[in-house]
Design a protein around this ligand. Sequence first.
Ligand code: UTP
Length: 474
Amino acid sequence: MTTEELISAYRAAGQGQVFAFWDSLSPQARDQLAAEAAEVDLAEVERLNRTLVFKAGGGGVNLDGLAPAPYEPLPENGGNPAKWAEAKAAGEAALRAGRVAAFTVAGGQGTRLGYDGPKGTFPVTPLKKKTLFHVFAEKIRAAGLRYGRPLHWFIMTSHANHLQTETFFAQNHYFGLDKNRVHFFRQGRMPAVDFSGKILLETPGSLALSPDGHGGSLRALHRSGALDLMKAEGIDTISYFQVDNPIVRSIDPAFIGFHLLSRSEMSNKMVTKAYPEEKVGHFCVQNGKVIVVEYSDMPMEMQRETAPDGTLRYPAGSIAIHIIDREFARRLARGGEGVALPFHRADKKIPTIDGAGQPVKPEKANGVKFEMFVFDALPFANNSIVIETARADDFSPVKNAEGLDSPQTSRDDQMRQFARWLKAGGATVETDATGVPKQLMEISPLFGYDTDSFVERWHSLPIKPEIRDGLYLE
Ligand code: UTP
């Protein structure tokens, strides 16, 4: 398409405002705007305007025939220990065979944290102030050492943070990982529109574009060639986690094993909701498929509903940890008849320009961003399963600058975990009433990354270190 044709197509679609400042732009700025404009699927924007922007309430969710999803409880909560042991063995075999890759989605904007830089470069550990990427790198390295097969790690970035992310890894020598096994690729982006469906400009020469959501990861895995690389390397199992959760078990053999033994195409971890109003998605079944119903889409009376034994009827909270089958990701990314992730509408404050081309920083939402969610892939997956995990051992995200899910809560959760591990190894650790040790300490995933691996290593030490302020085990 020539630039003239592109501009005509925008005018015909009622989006001619995108080129309002064209005549005043330098040749370079024109090239950039034209390239960005060419990236946008105008028919898709028109469809999203019709279905999401102009429609009050943005759609709503069908709750017909909804039931709580069954899940595999932890052995300590009544699950079958033999089944967990079998799953762990199956996962370990897959790791020894090199079938598993780690996959981190790190393309988000992290607006709530308000940190200037890719979120993965945010320091999170209590003592050494290691960054999120550093922590994951050590977990992935530890798993590679334990199973004798170094893992590949795929990291999805955004246009905004890609270069910074790559540079950060290079500067830190890939945290001891083989750089040929660390792969970065950008996710797609979507234009933002105002409430009348007009695509917004961020500057006279650029569109207001933003990442297409973590659901964009499936397309991006495909488009970037990551799935082909996995295939060539004999990897068929993708361990998916978010960049903001330092205590995630990045590589969890039991989870991998449950996924493989069930021939599941996409598997899920749940935690029991802490309280009925907790803002997490709910694992449910509908039409025989596991799905996630967001807290905002489930009526509060359903969220509060209890079973005859007094527990919540919908207890299973989603924590965005999945195992994804490689070819399932490809199938969804390719799309086709009825196979596509839906977009969701998010009303946001979107920096833009006024009619004179001057910057506007809105104080309230002035437009709509479109995002896909990875859990919307679930209804397309065969044999999807849900397993339980202990929140304290898998989920403590850094979302907000303060309060709930903040650097402070995550740091405390890491410290509590270190204290539990030390106690499991037989050490005496002084803690406060909530389990946070009185001494500042840190355990590297290279020393131990769960109770078993920690205790094994601890017992192998001929002389146990003193439990003191500044204790660091690696
Ligand atoms: P969040 O939903 O917490 O969004 O992302 P966010 O953009 O990081 O943060 P806020 O809402 O602006 O404060 C959950 C995970 O999904 C990734 C994030 O990087 C994080 O790991 N994500 C989110 C993407 O990779 N791409 C996206 O477009 C959105």
